[in-house]
Design a protein around this ligand. Sequence first.
Ligand code: GRF
Length: 223
Amino acid sequence: MPREEWPSLKSPEGILRLGVLASGRGSNLQSILEAIGRGDLSARVAVVISNKKEAQALERAAQYQVPALFLDPSHYLSREAYDTAILQQLKEYRVELIVLAGYMRLVTRTLIEPYHDRIINIHPSLLPAFPGMHAHRQALEYGVRVSGCTLHFVDEEMDHGPIVAQAAVPVFEGDTEEQLSERILAEEHRLLPQVLQLYAEGKLKVEGRKVHIQEGASIRKNR
Ligand code: GRF
């Protein structure tokens, strides 16, 4: 395919099928489901998979009649074997784009290769600052005045792949992790559905480390 062509990422059914991997609360999943409900995102959450049985994300999925699966990592001998099981489910549900929405587990090549440039992660810092766990704590301890969130395609390094969108928030004197996290989360919920909609419309193109957004398309300041 010539590089200058924008890939058509729409599914044969005309609606993008998402697979959401989540380990906890699932507020980002909720932001996706609500955006779909409002008509702001033309996609369907085909399946939600969690590595944690008690993940609230699974309950949220069930409330929206979305298939919700718990896959127990302890039943698999390796990370690759676990990801093979996930891959099988993703195929079963004909998932085209994977969203890592608070998925607290490293994904392996087993998933990354078949879903090359088709996995989006959301991280609560302005990458490349503060990758990994406890990003809010890292930001507060470092003393930055600005932090935020990053939406990026996933590659084989943690919190590293090509960046689609970022939003900044101020860090205030005396902020706690909870306060900073809440401020950043509001931005995550604003950005994520918009990025997914750009993807669904085929308006994103990855070239090396750069993600190009088609001319004329943009991310709004408000939801
Ligand atoms: C978010 O802060 C996200 O950036 C990080 O994990 C958290 C998940 O929150 N990767 P939720 O489960 O979507 O509420």
